[in-house]
Design a binder for this molecule. Structure first.
Ligand SMILES: Cc1ncc(COP(=O)(O)O)c(C=O)c1O
Length: 318
């Protein structure tokens, strides 16, 4: 029988059913919260330290990235319990050595708001933890995340496969705009795996793109199967997981390479902020980040703070 969720009755591939579990299920508790090295040993002496506890998604959403008295920028500490909203656009370097150390990655700081911001970084770290991703980029809207992802990962001459039931603006961008840049697109029915196999066999597909669950019909893609088929042919898989939220589905753990969200929806949760995000490996996200810089799609630190606040109740809301 199809599981009943806050999304209504949806038809879900077998591998994903396990992800729609009650919030107290062990399925939601899979990231180790490692205690600081040395501290436990000091407290316990020769006694065996307890096995690392696994932090739940609820805990990750509240605590990951928060500086807990160490200040959002690291060095310029405040003792604020919540993440401060750092609204400054441009950051200070004491001297040339300081700037060189930053550019060479020896000193952690921020430069200009387009590239990074301390408050936005906290949000990115939380989303990475929830999606089990190496890296996350937060953007000014969900559509901005989708466009930056497609432009970064599909070169002219590339080929995108997407599904007939899909967020209409993303589908229109793929079919109408990318075609003007010399990028081919093919639409398939999202559960027609024979068509997907045929397209993959007959073309040099760059990327498979789909919502799961879809907007508007709430159909689900068998992400695991799609990822297996696409990876055999060297194609990347990008899933828009907006309507599941990272609490109910983690596409990267099912084999997808990239997950995007309209953070405007469940992540922010209060109908008062527009934002998006994209998560995946550091290598893929840094490519998308470069395009995002060109598009100028930085989110405001105030909006980022509102999503940080929204995330803390997301598990209760979905
Ligand atoms: C599934 C899905 N993806 C992406 C978007 C675009 O997000 P945004 O409105 O934040 O740009 C939407 C918006 O409705 C959506 O429903």
């Amino acid at each position: 029988m199809a599981p009943s969720t806050s999304l209504g009755k949806i038809s879900l591939p077998r591998q994903q059913r396990g992800l729609l579990q009650p919030l107290n299920s062990p399925k939601h508790k899979s990231v180790a919260a490692t205690p600081p090295a040395g501290l436990l040993q000091e407290l316990l002496g020769d006694a065996q330290p307890p096995k690392p506890r696994r932090a739940s998604d609820e805990t990750l959403a509240v605590h990951v990235g928060e500086k807990l008295g160490k200040g959002a920028g690291g060095e310029d500490a405040t003792d604020s319990i919540t993440t401060p909203i750092v609204s400054g656009t441009t950051h200070w370097f004491k001297n040339s050595e300081d700037l060189i150390a930053f550019k060479e990655g020896r000193r952690h700081s921020h430069e200009y708001g387009w590239y990074s911001n301390p408050s936005v970084k906290v949000l990115e770290d939380k989303i990475s933890a929830l999606e089990r991703a190496e890296a996350t980029l937060v953007t000014s809207s969900g559509m901005n995340a989708i466009v930056a992802t497609l432009l970064a990962l599909v070169p002219p001459g590339g080929h995108v496969v997407t599904t007939t039931d899909c967020y209409s603006e993303a589908r229109a961008f793929i079919s109408d705009r990318l075609s003007k840049m010399g990028i081919k697109s093919t639409l398939i029915d999202l559960d027609d795996m024979e068509s997907l196999k045929a397209v993959l066999d007959q073309n040099d597909v760059t990327l498979f793109y789909a919502d799961s669950p879809t907007n508007p019909l709430l159909k689900c893609v068998d992400i695991k199967l799609v990822a297996e088929l696409c990876h055999q042919k060297g194609a990347l898989v990008c899933i828009d997981s907006t309507l599941a939220s990272p609490i109910n589905q983690k596409p990267l753990t099912l084999g997808a390479d990239i997950v995007v969200h309209s953070a405007t929806k469940y992540m922010a949760g209060h109908h008062d902020v527009i934002a998006g995000c994209v998560s995946g490996s550091e290598a893929l996200i840094s490519k998308i980040r470069a395009w995002h810089h060109d598009l100028g799609g930085a989110i405001s630190p105030n909006a980022a703070y509102m999503i940080i606040r929204g995330l803390k109740t997301m598990a209760l809301r979905v």
